[in-house]
Design a protein around this ligand. Sequence first.
Ligand code: AMP
Ligand code: MG
Length: 471
Amino acid sequence: MRLQHRFAQLGNEFSAHTHIQPLQEQRLVEINKLHAQHLAIDVTDAQTLSILSGETTLSDSLSMVYAGHQFGGFTPQLGDGRGVLLGEVIAQDGSYHDLHVKGSGQTPFSRQGDGRAVLRSSIREYLACEAMAALGIPTSRALALYDSQQAVYRERPEIGAMLIRTAQTHIRFGHFEYFFAHKKTTELQRLIDFTLENYFPHCLNTEQPIKAMLIEVVERTARMIAKWQAVGFQHGVMNTDNFSILGETIDYGPFGFMEDFNDRWISNHSDHDGRYAFHRQPGIGLWNLNCLMHAFSGHLTRDDLIEVLKHYEPCLQDHYDTLMAQKLGIKVDESLEPLLEKLFALLRREKLDYSFFFRSLSHLTPNNPELLLDEVIDREAMSQWLDYYWSVRNKSQVANAQHMMLCVNPKFVLRNYLAHEVITAAEKGNYLPFRQLLAVLSSPFEEHPESNSLAMRSPEWGKDLEVSCSS
Ligand code: AMP
Ligand code: MG
């Protein structure tokens, strides 16, 4: 495996040399062969495996320094407290991908933390990355998972683990905030130039390259969040240090996929005020972009920055409308908003499972309304909505509407209780349930009739599982 080290060349102000500190009796338990193939990584090569596990140390591996707005307050210095950037690989298509390890031991940025990750959260992140990718949402990817015999202490002793992940970049909003807050003007300029040259080269020959780049950041972020809202994904910790400059979903912690419909739902048990509640995600995305713009206030005028931010709302709304229309099998027109408004009111009242509803709707024909009528208490209200829905859909005349709906409304969703069950088995050394779940989440629109049990809605106990920042 040949690694590139573009970020390391930025120098000491940007990172600290760090390498993986392997766990006791560390064991490779999963490797993403398809993704490895795409990245041209030979996972049968002993030297490659030895780099991934940390047995071979690399002189250029590093931990990044950054800052971030966490739950609204600014922390002037954060950084990879438990992460190491090994370098970059060049995929078959010529694109660059960071190779990053989470849980590899303390770094100069660990603060009071132990630098470790537990098996529970590493499995959750592995599944989330792959589920999101299969849903067509820009995301970091899981490449390999290690477990160990090392105890890592959270609320209870847990199994230490390490996740190797890839992303187009690990440069976050918080990187720019760090250099701006510390008045490191030269370094901020170098980071901006680095980002432009390596990730936004097409902006370089525009009249205002920085402005062009920021407009793209705003639009990528808007589209990412529109996709989250459409599939019912909640990130849980939308701090600016968890926001990629390339609009990929990164740093999965107490995330969740909405089950019983509730747009005020809070997936993160530690988020007492609901700052990152589901319905607030679009607004928080803009708030975070505002923080990012502040770091560019020495580079663009206030008017320019405001103009950049104005791209956010229409871009998010347009993309969301397109996605929701696809989920409903209709075209975007003036009926979409009232149709959704009435639907959400109904789903909320009936506490209907969000993904289950849309998958069922994809199977619906005017002759079998029972498919949905039998799911609700207020059959009359559902029947009225369905009449309205069919009138819009018939008018829309979308070719192959049912096929389109089955390709965007997943049968398989990463439900908390499913994650919980595969984690419980894995903690006892049985990774079979994890692999079965991973397989269906990796192609969630296919029927997989042998795995119907993984498409069921949560049992009541599964709805009360708590996930928090402790990972
Ligand atoms: P997160 O909420 O996971 O995005 O983490 C916020 C910050 O705390 C990041 O800089 C992490 O690298 C760091 N961090 C989280 N958990 C640990 C840990 N167990 N040890 C050291 N640093 C950590
Ligand atoms: Mg983070």
